[in-house]
Design a protein around this ligand. Sequence first.
Ligand code: PMP
Length: 453
Amino acid sequence: MDSRYERLAAWDKSYVWHPFTQMKDYNRTDPLIIERGEGIMLYDVQGRAYYDGFSSVWLNVHGHNVPELNRAIEEQLGKVAHSTLLGMANVPAVELAEKLVRIAPAGLTKVFYSDSGATGVEIAIKMAFQYWRNTGVPGRTKFITMNQAYHGDTIGAVSVGSIPLYHETFRPMLFSSYTVPYPHAYRHEGGAAGAMEETLSQLESLLRTSGDEIAALIVEPIVQGASGMIVMPPGCLRRMAGLCREYGVLLIADEVATGFGRTGAMFACQLEDVSPDLMVVGKGLTGGYLPVAATLASDLVYNAFYADYEEQKTFFHGHSFTGNPLGCAVAIASLRLMEERGIVEAVDGKAALTAGRLAQLADRPHVGDIRQQGLMAGIELVRDKAAKTPYEWSERIGVRVCMRARELGMLTRPLGNVVVFIPPLVSSDAELAAMLDILAEAIIDVTEEGWGA
Ligand code: PMP
């Protein structure tokens, strides 16, 4: 080990508190310290190369160190790094808003900027809450969320979150939300159709009995990510949106993970022609380069805030780095590259290649379920395939597969017993094949050979 690595590793362990990480476990390992990236590869400080098999937490579109994106930031840097949207505008924020409205589902016409998926969600739920006050219906204060939903880690986002492991500790400080099941076919006795009917009937009965209290339904459209890459049966999102319309409830689509081509359409809502009232985007908005998020709103929502100041309908919310020019400039460049290179259009072909390779794993003794939409996939590993018995948490099966994959040259992160595969959208066929080979080998080594036990 070289001394530079040793020094950095010691400082990392001494000074950095990592997210979603039990530091006692982390500090027993030799930390991976990334120094640079090129294409879809990341390189650590010791020069080892890794495929970025999870798009640096589900956000990378064009790979790393992309000349066109670098140039967009450099050019903007020569003008101004940051100003504000408080009572004024800046060029990239205005131009990006115009572009976003053009590509968004029909009806979303206004862009409110923030700096992470979680803040984008906070904004959406505050807007939905205030929308009803501004329109004279202050009793609509509650939200419906989906079981096992993840919308980020700020208090409002956690309040509409529903993953016990992450969210339960904070329950006493949260507002309460209603939940309905996300349609999950794998362990449902009625399969995909049964899961979908259960979701729709529970949603409808909740709307029928408590609709008057509900401000909005918030949903991760088509794919529920952090719960384990659960893919909705076709038609479900559209019917959920129909129920929201019927009962006059706002629909918030959290496209933080699914947006910008990840699922095969620019936005997952567009796969089912759904136009939400509010849509949250982040992650891939800047190609995964800089922290910019946005909450898009319909005219219906926006107009409820558009009034004389004395009417007290202003949306009092903002962040210091709202509409950051560097971030907006790189987002514009990323969207331009997506268009020029037909990146969204290419996703279906790459997804088919991925599906073909993953299908070769379907017969392995511990591969329970393979779920995929576009270039967003999860492989659920099970102790007993016939009984669909999960591995015990203590077996750390997902962590071990990801550690083995790292050793073999690919980075990804598990979600419990689900191994995630979310490659950068630009991954070539050869790169996809190489990553999927590593993934298969890691799964077999751990689940069949006992690697890392
Ligand atoms: N919503 C969804 C659906 C997400 O997947 C995530 C992050 N994984 C978030 C919100 C939160 O985004 P951020 O981490 O940028 O706050």
